[in-house]
Design a binder for this molecule. Structure first.
Ligand code: FES
Ligand code: ZN
Ligand code: ZN
Length: 330
């Protein structure tokens, strides 16, 4: 049986690009070191800052929350988890349980918002009235609610669980359709727009999908093994993923090169044109006029619900004692 190249204990994984076998403990440390490197290299978060990590209950969010919670002491940032119950039947129930167990095990506070409590409905009903694909409505809703939570909590950054494979595939897909503005959003970090949008960071930027999966398995943390029933497995994305993996087999490291070079050149890609404006209904970021969440909810419920979501998150945060001192009286 192969032995760990560091401590000679039985190995559980082989890291091909480094030509090293690693035991469980050293594998966990290897992934945590990658996350730390990404945080430092791309200046994702500073001392004394507050990070809101989006937790879905899946493997990447388990790796995200676990690695961040291990690093938060050393790097001096505060970590809060955020979960959205999307009202997707059994799947949402199971993912809520996974997210709650994960946060409890790690000792990280978790703020959970149930969409149905605020809107009286979840993603399936919202998607029906908006006549858009489930995943597209769900994406808009999640982006909105996560940003609203970050604004209400006074967070300095929102941490997302996208891994290196996700970035490589989105990058190739956007390149094929020459959607350069979409590529401009694939960096390790996006900027905060004061008062309306909190910048996003991707701490798993240098972590391969396989590594994230193995980390969450080896760390013994709970995560949901199922995928959302609406998951939209677009053929092109599946094929691109396979193509990138084939390339990686032939030239180990090429996937990582793709994402690190992208991060370096991200400023060269054109950003979406147009002024950043405030949604007249909820006050958060919009690309002109009412934001997409307020439009989706207006269509489904007859009125925009952004403000309600903000109020609900604020009330939950106050109950948990998570509002920052400067915010609690405003
Ligand atoms: Fe959003 Fe599946 S998680 S549609
Ligand atoms: Zn070892
Ligand atoms: Zn709005």
């Amino acid at each position: 049986m192969a032995k760990c190249s560091v401590c000679q204990a039985p190995a559980v994984a082989y890291v091909r690009v480094q030509r090293r076998y690693l035991c469980r403990q050293h594998y966990l440390e290897y992934v945590e070191a990658k996350v730390e490197r990404a945080i430092r290299r791309y200046g994702m978060v500073g001392r004394g800052q507050r990070v809101l990590a989006a937790v879905s209950g899946g493997k990447d969010s388990s790796t995200l929350l676990a690695t961040l919670s291990r690093l938060s002491g050393r790097l001096g940032f505060e970590l809060i988890g955020f979960y959205i119950h999307l009202g997707i039947y059994d799947y949402s129930e199971k993912s809520r349980r996974a997210a709650e167990e994960l946060a409890a095990k790690l000792g990280v506070p978790l703020l959970a918002l149930d969409l149905r409590e605020v809107l009286g409905m979840g993603i399936p009903e919202l998607a029906k009235t908006s006549r858009r694909p489930y995943c597209s409505v769900c994406g808009s809703v999640k982006r909105y609610v996560i940003n609203a939570a970050a604004v209400e909590l006074g967070a300095d950054a929102v941490a997302l669980g996208h891994n290196a494979d996700d970035i490589a595939v989105y990058n190739m897909k956007s390149f094929l359709s020459q959607d350069l503005e979409a590529i401009s959003k694939l960096g390790a970090k996006t900027d905060t727009v004061e008062g309306v949008a909190v910048g996003r960071i991707r701490p798993l930027y240098l972590v391969y999908e396989k590594e994230s999966f193995l980390y969450s398995l080896l760390s013994g943390l709970p995560f949901l093994h199922e995928e959302c029933p609406f998951v939209d497995r677009r053929q092109l994305e599946v094929e691109l993923k396979e193509a990138v993996n084939r390339l990686e087999d032939k030239s180990p490291g090429i996937k990582m090169q793709m994402v690190t070079r992208l991060a370096k050149r991200i400023g060269d890609y054109p950003r979406p044109r147009g002024e950043v404006s405030r949604c007249p209904s909820c006050g958060l970021i919009s690309s002109g006029g009412e934001c997409s969440f307020c439009r989706i909810t207006r269509r489904a419920l007859g009125r925009p619900m952004g403000m309600e979501v903000r109020r609900r998150i604020r009330a939950l945060a106050a109950e948990m004692g998570l509002l920052r001192a400067s915010q609690s009286h405003s």
